[in-house]
Design a protein around this ligand. Structure first.
Ligand code: ATR
Length: 273
């Protein structure tokens, strides 16, 4: 019988996940089907239960259900615990297992697709919401020299710092508002704020980009105001989050199927479309 998987969210029509996983399945000869499920805002749990009852093997979870998915899981990976959010559910007779592949996906995109090693680098992470929290553990695991957290609301960044500094493992961590960044330079600046969704750029001081630096926006599909501002400010390169989307999908696929799908051709396909 063909194994069933799905992405669940609200809205969901725009999701590229069904297309990505269909190509992964074809490239790795997996007998599986992957669909998109729109759940009503109050209807996440029943929709998951119905999918399991219908033979579902696993799900990706997207906005706004990642926190609910975390609560629903019977067991969780350490990175899902740290993220306090789940984007991947695995169903088995033993129950529901929750994992989070967002951070791994971003790190894979940065290091493998973009060829930017994080070890020893000065990294600035903008934002202190769910998107920022979700990538903290995999980012620290790469052992950057320094990780600076900056947020519009400074004390939210400070709280995130307090939570993750016990896991800094030699990385110099600090946190504050945007204004406090003046005079500093970074090799990599990651935009994990929701500013791009409002077509805005986080209000950063001038001169933050070191020579050879990369500006990375987790939002995908277009050049964001953050990317445009970074270019003006002398960032050597900019990237959107399409590679992160494909790589987090590949990590989920691996968790479900035990097979690592190739990602480069899928990324090319999506960029072309
Ligand atoms: P997500 O799960 O996408 O991270 P969130 O938890 O609501 O969503 O967090 C949104 C983040 O984007 C926050 O860090 C928010 O800053 P505040 O904590 O000060 O609210 C940030 N953000 C949203 N709009 C922004 C803007 N226009 N400029 C800068 N930061 C913005």
């Amino acid at each position: 019988m063909t194994d069933r998987y799905a992405v669940i969210g609200n809205p969901i029509a725009h999701s590229k996940s069904p297309q990505i996983h269909a190509v992964f399945a074809r490239l790795t000869f997996q007998d599986m089907r992957y669909e998109a499920i729109l759940a009503p805002p109050e209807g996440f749990k029943p929709a998951v239960r119905a999918f399991i009852a219908g033979g579902g093997r696993g799900m990706n979870v997207t906005v706004p259900f990642k926190l609910e998915a975390c609560a629903l899981a019977d067991t969780r990976s350490p990175r899902a615990e740290a993220a306090k959010a789940v984007n991947t559910l695995i169903f088995s007779p033993a129950g529901i297992h929750g994992d989070n592949t967002d951070g791994l996906g971003m790190v894979a995109d940065l290091t493998r697709n973009l060829g930017v090693p994080l070890a020893g680098r000065r990294v600035l992470l903008l934002g202190a919401g769910g998107a920022a929290r979700g990538v903290m553990l995999p980012l620290l695991a790469e052992r950057p020299a320094a990780l600076t957290l900056a947020n519009r609301t400074a004390d939210k960044a400070q709280r995130l710092l307090a939570e993750f500094s016990p896991r800094a493992d030699g990385c110099a961590m600090e946190a504050g508002g945007f204004g406090g960044l003046a005079g500093r330079q970074f090799d990599l600046i990651i935009n994990a704020t929701a500013a791009s969704l409002a077509d805005e750029a986080p209000p950063l001081p001038d001169g933050l980009y070191a020579p050879d630096s990369l500006a990375y926006d987790m939002v995908y599909g277009r050049e964001t105001p953050f990317m445009a501002a970074a270019r003006e400010q002398g960032a050597a390169r900019t990237a959107d989050g399409l590679g992160m989307l494909v790589e987090q999908a590949a990590e989920s696929f691996f968790l479900w199927r035990g097979v690592r799908p190739p990602t480069a051709s899928v990324l090319e396909l999506l960029r072309g479309a």
